[in-house]
Design a protein around this ligand. Structure first.
Ligand code: FES
Length: 146
């Protein structure tokens, strides 16, 4: 093996390891919650944003709220204790379910991307995501399904 082959193979291993780490960390940080539904919306507990890792208490930046009666899940992003954004995880291009990746969402079908407030950041989608009003009372987060 010459120097060029060694460098090429070493870089490929590093890139592969880095990509795997990114994918695994994205998977492990996604927290799914089944919300409690009523005729006006969905409720989840604020404590769903708390994550205990090796004696450390962390705050998740987002959770995915689902319910069997909903066609698509809802991405619930925490701006602060009293402010959240709730986004319908249906791509506005051709209706595929979106994937969450930290502070943005992306579409596996054709690559559209949306920011944490649902604005299109990359096409082909042209319309922003559907969003829902969110209110916080005590330790409960209410997502109004309007
Ligand atoms: S369906 Fe999402 S980008 Fe086409």
């Amino acid at each position: 093996m010459n120097r060029r082959e060694f460098v090429t193979q070493t870089c490929m291993v590093c890139l592969g390891g880095g990509l795997l780490t990114t994918v695994l960390s994205a998977c492990s940080s996604t927290h799914y919650v089944t919300g409690v539904i009523d005729p006006k919306g969905l409720t989840v507990l604020q404590s769903e944003f708390v994550e205990i890792k090796k004696d450390n208490t962390l705050t998740r930046s987002f959770i995915i709220v689902q319910h069997e009666s909903l066609e698509f899940p809802i991405y619930l992003y925490r701006i602060n204790d009293q402010e959240y954004s709730a986004l319908w995880m249906k791509c506005t291009h051709q209706g595929s379910e979106l994937n969450a990746a930290g502070d943005h969402l992306y579409c596996p079908s054709h690559g559209s991307e949306f920011d944490k407030k649902g604005n299109v950041s990359q096409g082909p989608a042209e319309k922003n995501l559907r969003s829902f009003p969110v209110s916080v009372t005590d330790d409960k987060i209410f997502i109004a399904l309007t």
